[in-house]
Design a protein around this ligand. Sequence first.
Ligand SMILES: [Mn+2]
Length: 368
Amino acid sequence: DLETEGGQTLRVEQVRWTVEAPEKIRPTAVTICTMNRADDCLKNLQALAADVSSLETLDTIYVADQGTDLVESRDGFEQVAKDLADKLHYIKQPNLGGAGGFTRGLYEVAGHTATEHANVLFMDDDVLLEPDLVIRMTAFSNRAANPIIVGGQMLNLFHPNQLHVGAEYARLNTLEPGQPVEHSLTTADLLGVDEETLKPNRQERRLDAGYNGWWSCLIPYEVVQATGYPMPFFFQWDDAEYSYRARAHGFPTVTLPGAGVWHADFHMKDWDEWHRYFNLRNSIITAALHSPFNLNLLSRVLLAQLVRYLLGMQYGLSATLIKAVEDFLEGPEVLRDGGVEAMKEIRRIRDQYPETKRHKATDVPGIA
Ligand SMILES: [Mn+2]
């Protein structure tokens, strides 16, 4: 609202910022990687199918199903396959983690000349999405002067107003992902105000991300051509490593405000899990590839973690860390099978430590 000299109020509303349409509209191929979350995945397919008429730029949907409880086994699958018709490509493959599932999508697009010059939009199976996301991310990507990785933001599923982070980067040498870039909102109520300035939490400032999580992330074909496929990391750090590698080839990553998905809050996840093996191992590999890799600094970081785990009597977690470091030292050969053996092995190792086992809240030994 503006006051005029005569004391009247002038209201400006429904302001739009528009840009010219790009010369060439490039379609987007969505890739959803899923494992034993058949109902979640089906729900997202149904959401896309319900809006498919408005999703002109949505070219193809690849579902890489790596589970034992398959999406195609669900009652609604037949209908959604019919609704999506030839847009849906349902692929079954062994469990190669998120890295293997998403890479399959990239391979399907970048490996064939017929779909050349498309965008590939990675999407988690367990997100809550609005199909508008596809339109916004595709439009932004198509209007970018040069190819750029366009990430969607993450909103916390259990706190739906809450933005996880506006844009993030990783401190590679010290193995610290998830650092908010300067001026980025973090765990912010998007309907609320900043506690200090009392101004609404808005994302109107340009921020450059180091990387974007693959809960939703659009990668243009040219980036794949120049950067190659993701590392066969199984999962964890595959997204960060890819963005840092792409940046080295001249392709930055942007986290686009106004395009996001809801995903389970990260703090609801356990730290002392077999995942930690992949997290640690892959973070060290990423640091070796894309940081100065100062070994004194890295050793101090790892030793500090190990000491903390030991003092906390987290012996399984300590063994997990040691295994991650040992496998890193083995060299690239450990990645050859995409992580299948490593997953079995770390679960076997951790199984020997009783404190790594999860109990029901009503059934914790020794606690009434
Ligand atoms: Mn997820």
